[in-house]
Ligand binder design. Structure first.
Ligand code: APR
Length: 164
């Protein structure tokens, strides 16, 4: 059963944290900026070698100065009103991140609320996709955390998880 925490994902000590990146993987603001800042310059030097990440896919790097051993970078969809395959692409972000985590023997992983900041995805819809997408794979992990940046976001996730 996933759990919900409120705080800065860069402080978590899970095996992996997931970065809500962009297609370039060259950093940005929001959680992407926080992760690059906490991980240090080696992260950007590493992501530069990856050649980007298509929306919905995931790439893994070391966490460098982060407590987390790994960072799984995924590029979420930009919200364009809901008729541009956003839901499927967002679901792919969670699914592909978990599949990649399994390949690297990750036992604990934390997700931010992918696409709900700069990319404008409505929070409730995104949270529903997040909770539904991790369900088929959650038994393979000791801990799956949804790391929210506000109590209001956390309340959305808790309501959805309690309802399952
Ligand atoms: N820890 C946890 N969550 C955070 C943190 C943090 N340190 N900083 C921001 N968040 C939350 C935001 O409040 C939001 O709920 O992460 C969620 C995702 O917001 P963004 O970081 O804006 O990511 P996204 O909406 O997916 O947009 C991605 O923004 O930063 C750029 O390079 C990034 O172009 C990409 C785009």
């Amino acid at each position: 059963m996933p759990s919900v925490v409120v705080g800065d994902i860069t402080r978590l000590e899970t095996d992996a944290i997931v970065n809500a990146a962009n297609n370039s993987l060259l950093g940005g603001g929001g959680v992407d900026g926080a992760i690059h800042s906490a991980a240090g310059p080696e992260l950007l030097a590493c992501t530069k070698q990856l050649g980007g990440c298509p929306t919905g896919e995931a790439r893994i790097t070391p966490g460098f100065r982060l407590s987390a051993r790994w960072v799984i970078h995924t590029a979420g969809p930009v919200w364009r009103g809901g008729n541009a395959n956003e839901a499927a692409l967002l679901a792919n972000c969670y699914r592909h991140s978990l599949q990649l985590a399994l390949l690297y023997q990750v036992h604990s992983i934390a997700f931010p609320a992918i696409s709900t900041g700069a990319y404008g995805y409505p929070g409730e819809q995104a949270a529903g996709i997040a909770v539904e997408s991790v369900r088929p794979l959650e038994q393979n992990f000791e801990k799956i955390l949804f790391c929210c940046f506000s109590e209001s976001d956390a309340a959305i996730y808790r309501k959805l998880i309690d309802a399952t």
